[in-house]
Design a protein around this ligand. Structure first.
Ligand SMILES: *[C@@H]1O[C@H](CO)[C@@H](O)[C@H](O)[C@H]1NC(C)=O
Ligand SMILES: *[C@@H]1O[C@H](CO)[C@@H](O)[C@H](O)[C@H]1NC(C)=O
Ligand SMILES: *[C@@H]1O[C@H](CO)[C@@H](O)[C@H](O)[C@H]1NC(C)=O
Length: 245
């Protein structure tokens, strides 16, 4: 990534309102709506549409010390919305499309394990209700990893085009992002421990150590130049196809 120019487009800072920050990448002409979410910078750009469906250009910049992996949840919650998980792999980044659900009725050995010949299976089991699980893949959302997905000694950056991150269906209800929403609800999660198999987009990841909700100004992310951004400026050179996941 080159140097950056950041400037405020928000005019009025109402109490509790977040002013939109536009981030323009100096290496390209791409401009995003930027939000600082904990240790992460989350940037999005979308076409100048009035409603779903639309693809989203996203960028996440993460310090490696804090974020061995980081996740962005498009509906602002841990479960039942598309989750973009990313991490560094050498000098590139890997993106993984995931979904979390509440898994009811999970029986686990109690800890420390207590056993007795008259208990079921010889050991006492405890019942954990509604256990959120993040390991699910979400093949419906697809990503094109773009130029600018790099990692250096201290940070990794994901730059990707996501198809089907802007709407999703859970329990028969379809939710779509409103491209004019100035405070769309998002959430992030991260953990300092990197995935065990960084080259594998289905690698297991350790549980998050931090998670929080934040809002994104989607209205400030709309741009007439959307098509140009990823067709002309953000494609990897042809001899760098390894950047495409
Ligand atoms: C990334 O790593 C590869 C393999 O280690 C190396 O060939 C390439 O030059 C590196 N690219 C950059 C920009 O450092
Ligand atoms: C991993 O990448 C493959 C090939 O692009 C894709 O089909 C698959 O859905 C991805 N898996 C995850 C978990 O993102
Ligand atoms: C590493 O990448 C981050 C994020 O793009 C950037 O801010 C930082 O200056 C880079 N560090 C070096 C040594 O290039």
């Amino acid at each position: 990534m080159g140097l950056l120019s950041t400037f405020f487009t928000g005019v009025i800072a109402l109490a509790g309102a977040v002013s939109a920050v536009q981030y323009c990448d100096s290496g390209t002409s791409v401009c995003y709506s930027e939000t600082k979410a904990g240790d992460l910078f989350v940037r999005v750009a979308l076409p100048a549409v009035e409603q779903n469906p639309f693809d989203i250009l996203m960028q996440v910049v993460a310090p490696k010390a804090a974020a061995g992996w980081a996740a962005i949840a498009w509906g602002g919650k841990m479960t039942k919305n598309p989750i973009t998980v990313a991490w560094a792999n050498g000098n590139k980044t890997v993106v993984s499309s995931r979904w979390a659900d509440l898994i009811p009725h999970i029986f686990e050995p109690s800890s420390p394990r207590r056993c007795h010949p008259f208990w079921p299976n010889g050991c006492l089991l405890t019942w954990h209700q509604k256990h959120p699980r993040t390991s699910g893949r979400y093949p419906k959302a697809t990503y094109t990893v773009l130029k600018g997905s790099t990692a250096n000694a201290t940070h990794w950056t994901l730059t990707a085009l996501c198809s089907q991150c802007a709407s999703w269906t859970a329990d028969g209800v379809t939710t779509a992002l409103n491209p004019n929403d100035k405070a769309a609800k998002f959430a992030y999660a991260l953990a300092p421990t990197a995935p065990s198999q960084p080259a594998n987009n289905a690698s297991s990841i350790v549980k998050h150590t931090i998670h929080a909700a934040f809002t994104v100004d989607l209205a400030a992310a709309r741009t007439d130049k959307f098509e140009t951004f990823f067709e002309m400026e953000l494609r990897w050179d042809l001899d760098e196809t390894s950047g495409k996941k």
